[in-house]
Design a protein around this ligand. Structure first.
Ligand SMILES: NC(=O)c1ccc[n+]([C@@H]2O[C@H](COP(=O)([O-])OP(=O)(O)OC[C@H]3O[C@@H](n4cnc5c(N)ncnc54)[C@H](O)[C@@H]3O)[C@@H](O)[C@H]2O)c1
Length: 343
């Protein structure tokens, strides 16, 4: 496992223990010795299984696959090392923080023929899984359009982890990729064109762009709008409490900050309105654990997870197309970017 701090701590202490009958962490890496020892002690790893250099770890560890939970600019190196070692990969989002690195990762994985799953855990939160099931069941008829909103008050520096306040394109790279992936997931399609802007304001605590407003067209004709801010000074739709609304032929389905999925329909002659709360769907695993289970099943010969690299490239291409759309003030062809990654 590469990375032992921040989110990796949650992996080690909250997510992986439920899989103790299916996996053991046999090597742990972090450049911060204190962080490394803290988590390695929890895992009861011996000294020879603790590393501060991931390249050394790949040559000294006999593992079936690796888990990568380092910052986005430290994804390419470990992925390429894993590919050299013929090791499968389960990695945190985003694939990388630059399109150049995303392409390199995509090609390395294809060449090495290893299995790589990207963690898009929000798809598998019970309310969002339920929202998606409402749409896929067809009970609201055909799809019209989709709205997604993320509003978080990160006006205090380091309130979202210090590095996120320093990097370029902070909202899209560290947050928006989840929301763009969710809009694809709900539309059951992939984005073909995107236009809009990302920007910063003088009162934000970010150096990079921390607001976004985009319109995207999906391959199946669904139009989606994404609104996001890290300077939310009013109503909050932060992590696990995002707002999504799908407008359909026979009604709308909405989830807001209370996390309840609601369907509203309006009678087309009387105008009578009916609102129904939809009970959450039950799944064996939720969030990160859903992705870990799907990855382990894949390694055991099961189906490819929905968020395998081959699919997740579309979410990352949408994100980098969004950056280009803003920089150049034009609509960007997302499928052309995906072809570029594969070519
Ligand atoms: N899916 C989610 O809900 C979610 C939530 C938070 C973070 N993340 C993702 O998890 C990843 C890590 O983010 P974080 O918040 O844990 O960051 P973090 O900065 O809190 O922790 C990263 C850890 O990686 C270590 N590290 C840095 N460079 C390294 C290197 N070369 N070799 C080994 N270790 C190194 C650091 O010392 C640190 O302990 C990112 O890709 C982020 O987008 C995902």
């Amino acid at each position: 496992m590469i990375g032992a701090g921040g989110m990796a701590r949650a992996w080690i202490r909250n997510f992986l223990p439920a899989f103790s009958d299916r996996l053991d962490v046999v090597g742990l890496v972090d450049i911060d010795q204190d962080v490394l020892d803290d988590q390695a002690d929890f895992l009861a790893l011996p000294a020879e299984a603790r590393f501060t250099d991931y390249k050394r770890a790949f040559t000294r560890t006999d593992a079936d696959f690796c888990i990568i939970v380092t910052p986005p600019w430290v994804h390419r190196g470990p992925v390429e090392a894993a590919c050299r070692a013929g090791m499968h990969i389960l990695m945190e989002k985003p694939i990388a923080d630059s399109w150049k690195d995303v392409r390199a990762i995509y090609r390395a994985v294809q060449r090495a023929k290893v299995k790589c799953t990207v963690t898009q855990n929000y798809r598998y939160n019970p309310n969002m899984y339920t929202f998606r099931q409402v749409l896929r069941s067809g009970r609201l008829g055909q799809f019209n359009y989709l709205m997604g909103r993320f509003l978080a008050d990160y006006r205090r520096f380091a309130s979202w982890g210090a590095f996120r306040h320093e990097i370029p394109h902070s909202l899209l790279i560290e947050g928006g990729v989840h929301h763009l992936d969710m809009l694809r997931n709900l539309a059951d399609s992939h984005c073909v064109q995107i236009s809009g802007y990302e920007w910063n304001r003088p009162w934000s605590s970010f150096k990079g762009e921390s607001n976004a407003s985009y319109v995207m067209k999906m391959a199946n004709g669904v139009v989606a709008h994404y609104e996001g801010t890290c300077s939310g000074a009013g109503q909050q739709n932060s992590w696990h409490r995002e707002y999504y609304r799908a407008e359909c032929e026979k009604g709308e389905v909405v989830v807001d900050s209370d996390g309840i999925v609601r369907i509203t329909t309006r009678h087309n002659t009387t105008g009578a309105m009916t609102t129904t709360d939809v009970p959450a769907e039950k799944t064996d695993f939720v969030g990160h654990s859903f992705v870990i289970d799907a990855h382990l099943n894949w390694l055991s010969g099961g189906p490819r997870p929905e968020t395998a690299l081959q699919d997740n490239i579309y979410s990352n291409a949408t994100m980098f197309a969004a950056i280009e759309a803003s920089t150049k003030g034009k609509t960007v062809d997302v499928e052309a970017l995906v072809r570029q990654a594969a070519g």
